[in-house]
Design a protein around this ligand. Structure first.
Ligand code: ASP
Length: 358
């Protein structure tokens, strides 16, 4: 077996994995000293070169590590830009990230890096590396292992993934599903990409496309809007209230988690809200994407009469997308003038495996 010596870049954005406890016992972001100590050991294991860098803007400014609740559109852009910038120098990328918003980041990056032909593996931990019983070391080792497959034994997965508790997920199909268990993530509407424990196995039929079939990666795919609101439809909440929220803010796009396979009560006529909101805001408000609020499943808005108020040109059917994927896809579409011009088409098309169908 050919053992290529690859170069892997680890980007440390923070999260529990590299956190340290304050005197009060609360966990907070650290510079990742524990991580640096581990790298030498991990390097000899993999026969590849691993470098750790903080998240950096193109002007060299470092974005410090943080709890992942702080991570949003600016960070997605910085991460994607950094990976595009460093792409020729590395064979794979690992991102250390808090688990709370990891699925959002994984989804966001999958859109911005849809043309990338190198693995981007995101991982973190439920317990810090510095504490006994941490799941961080195994997660980190396995993430590095997956990122390091160029010229090695496993089929090379060239997409944005989450590696957690020995399982490998398509980033934009993943969801955080436990705040306590080491098995912190799941993929409700899609197959997992691989089982890494006890014997690493990649389910090759899940490969999105072959590494050599990618068009060039460039910065045209960057840009995320921070004018997206994602809400859960709740019984009693009216379309009128939603309209007031949209009018009184600078929201351009909405994700609504509707009931079941696509129903909403009569007093929540989303088709009317969207039409009215576009008019009242002079087309500043663009559209809504709907997904189901059910953990497993997809929309079928023609199934029930109670789906009638969800049918309109500017309400995009998110099919079986996760709320995280729908939200970040909308941020991404609204983040560029070019993409905005074709928003109904882009939002309705599966572009990197984020939903079933074409
Ligand atoms: N609050 C932490 C974060 O998301 C949780 C974790 O990393 O597991 O940054």
């Amino acid at each position: 077996m050919n053992q290529s010596s690859n170069k892997i870049l680890v980007i440390n954005t923070g999260g529990t994995i590299t956190m340290a406890a304050k005197a009060s016992g609360e966990l907070q972001a650290s510079k990742g000293e524990v991580l640096v100590e581990l790298i030498e050991d991990l390097t000899s294991d993999l026969c590849s070169k691993i470098e750790v860098k903080p998240l950096q803007l193109s002007n060299g400014e470092v974005i410090g590590t943080s709890d992942s609740s702080e991570i949003g559109p600016t960070h997605y852009n910085a991460m994607a830009e950094m990976i595009i910038r460093e792409n020729d120098d590395y064979d794979g990328f690992v991102i250390l990230h808090g688990t709370d918003t990891m699925s959002y980041t994984a989804s966001a990056l999958s859109f911005a890096l849809a043309q990338n032909n190198k693995p981007v593996v995101i991982t973190g931990a439920q317990v810090p590396l510095s504490k006994p019983g941490s799941d961080g070391l195994q997660n980190l080792r396995l993430a590095l292992f997956v990122a390091d497959q160029a010229g090695k034994s496993l089929p090379q997965l060239t997409e944005v993934m989450i590696c957690f508790a020995g399982q490998l997920f398509r980033g934009n199909r993943s969801r955080k599903s436990s705040t306590r268990s080491a098995i912190g993530f799941s993929t409700p509407n899609a197959q997992i990409l691989g089982e890494l424990f006890p014997v690493p196995t990649i389910f090759a039929e899940q490969l999105r496309r072959q590494p050599n079939s990618y068009p060039p990666l460039n910065s045209d795919s960057l840009g995320f809007s921070d004018k997206v609101l994602s809400i859960n439809l709740s019984p009693g909440f009216s379309g009128e209230m939603l309209l007031k929220i949209i009018e009184g803010s600078d929201i351009e796009g909405l994700v609504v988690r509707v009931f079941g396979s696509g129903t909403a009560p009569n007093n929540f006529n989303l088709a009317e809200v969207v039409k009215e909101a576009k008019q009242r805001t002079g087309d500043r408000f663009k559209c809504a994407v709907i997904v189901t609020d059910v953990y497993n499943g997809s929309l079928d808005i023609m199934r029930y009469a109670a789906g009638k108020n969800l049918r309109s040109e500017f309400i995009i059917d998110g099919r079986d997308m996760t709320p995280e994927a729908a939200t970040t896809k909308l941020m991404w579409v609204l983040g560029s003038t070019e993409r905005k011009k074709q928003l109904v088409k882009i939002l309705g098309t599966a572009i990197c495996g984020e939903m079933s169908g074409q």
